[in-house]
Design a protein around this ligand. Structure first.
Ligand code: SDX
Length: 429
């Protein structure tokens, strides 16, 4: 590579490709004209070496274990701010002044109720439906209720849709939970802050007063901050691809929620807790470590490993601290699952296999223990992840829509199927 261009020689042809440099992090080779100039595509099925877009929102340094939102380290945002402050930062690019924050909180708070007929929509689900199935369905159904904020070409409608999604996700997630346990829906209470409101909608019952525990509310709010955005992960890329066709924001967020559900992605927090429960005790750990290392065994340590982090996930460190805070507040002295998690982490981090493959705990490793202690069923863990990640999906979707160079995403392929052949009538097959 020379200067700001790189050269590729293929089939005797030399093609110049521009090198674009960002503010920090790896530069990119612009291959947009490669097919036109060479008749060839690049090939990168897992997108391990592919940048899909330019973005100013989140930066991750996987080797150093760094996560910045609009330049601010996740550790400082989690320590000093609240989730709605991080939402404002992701959406607008700057930390809010006190007046801007008060106005943003007010606007979000006044969008927390959902159309009353959505409650009837829920009745169509089986009571034992997974909350994520209910959530994917109800988010998509928002397109059938909020027609006045589906025109993506109107900045005003884009902002209203963004506020509605951020504000209503806690209400929909709480309704999904209440529906599966057969309890009545609890309406949002505007006098409460965002996360306290969510806790009340999940755990209050009409039969008695519900008092929000401020320590748990602050801990959950911090957990939401940790999950808010994470560059071009699978679900964010899904939202961007859906949005590139001009689909309305509710449909795009429903698509992202569906993608997040997978156990390799946001579903890992549910899978990680189930794994810890299956391991059961510290004595069983060596057997599971061996399974994770066995190429012929599909078992993986859930909550371990990451496509980008080849160092400790900075969010996992904060999550681990939050876990201890929550267990202390709840007076849980020795949680066997936490004992297994801590010992599993200790063994894995000293094992040659995990060291060589740079596998560290990720955000999903400790989150399940915390959420279970707070009273959430395992099936709600990914719904909480989706609740928090909605602002990241929305911010990335808005950035893409407002990018003048934006076009519909349409990858190509390496075709390895049958070449041209004639149709054979059924009598001659
Ligand atoms: C999230 O992208 C994001 O930013 C996601 C996320 C976000 O905030 O949006 O951070 C949230 O999804 C976190 C990841 C949650 N998933 C899990 O915890 C599931 C368990 N982890 C793995 O499935 C895996 O580590 C992935 C999916 C996270 C990453 O997969 P990659 O990058 O495709 O890596 P890989 O599967 O190619 O693994 C590389 C090697 C392989 O061995 P070899 O084939 O090279 O011999 O490491 C091994 C894998 O077998 N490996 C593991 C392992 N993870 C990878 N071996 C045992 N246990 C594991 N957890």
């Amino acid at each position: 590579m020379s200067g700001t261009t790189s050269q590729l020689s293929v089939d005797g042809k030399t093609v110049d490709m521009a090198i674009k440099t960002g503010s920090i992090g790896p530069s990119v080779i612009d291959i947009a004209k490669l097919y036109a100039q060479t008749g060839m595509f690049t090939y990168d099925p897992g997108f391990t070496s592919t940048a899909s877009c330019e973005s100013e929102i989140t930066y991750i340094d996987g080797d150093e274990g760094v996560l910045l939102h609009r330049g601010y380290p996740i550790e400082q945002l989690a320590e000093h701010g609240d989730f709605l402050e991080t939402c404002y930062l992701l959406l607008y690019g700057e930390l809010p002044t006190a007046a801007q924050k008060a106005d943003f909180d007010y606007r979000v708070t006044r969008h927390t109720m959902v159309h009353e007929q959505m409650a009837r929509f829920f009745q169509g689900f089986r009571r034992d439906a997974h909350p994520m199935a209910v959530l994917v369905g109800s988010i998509g159904a928002m397109s059938a209720f909020y027609h006045d904020s589906t025109d993506i070409s109107d900045p005003q409608q884009r902002m209203i849709a963004s506020m509605r999604l951020i504000a209503k996700m806690p209400t929909l997630a709480a309704m999904a939970y209440k529906y599966t346990i057969g309890q009545p829906f609890v309406y949002p209470l505007n006098s409460l802050d965002y996360t306290s409101n969510f806790l009340r909608m999940c755990f209050a019952v009409p039969a008695e007063e519900y008092k929000v525990n401020p320590v748990l509310s602050r801990a959950l709010d911090r957990i939401f901050i940790l999950h808010a955005d994470h560059e071009q992960n699978a679900s964010t890329s899904t939202v961007r691809l859906a949005g590139s066709s001009g689909a309305n924001p509710f449909a795009c967020i429903a698509a992202g929620t569906a993608c997040l559900w997978g156990p390799a992605h946001g579903g890992a927090n549910e899978a990680a807790l189930r794994m810890l429960m299956e391991i059961g005790s510290v004595e069983n750990i060596p057997k599971y470590i061996a399974k994770a290392k066995d190429k012929n065994d599909p078992f993986r340590l859930m909550g371990f490993g990451h496509r980008v982090y080849k160092n400790y996930d900075p969010r996992a460190k904060i999550m681990q601290k939050t876990t201890h805070e929550v267990l202390n507040e709840l007076g849980i002295k020795d949680d066997p699952l936490l004992d297994v998690a801590i010992e599993l982490e200790r063994i894995a981090l000293s094992d040659e296999y995990f060291i060589e493959k740079k596998l560290y705990p990720n955000i999903d490793f400790y989150s399940g223990i915390t959420l279970k202690a707070m009273g959430f069923p395992t099936t709600m863990f990914t719904a909480l992840f989706a609740l928090a990640r909605t602002v990241g999906w929305i911010a990335q979707w808005k950035e893409m829509i407002e990018d003048p160079s934006q076009r519909i995403g349409r990858p190509r392929q390496l075709y390895t199927g049958p070449t041209l052949r004639e149709y054979t009538p059924i009598g001659r097959r």
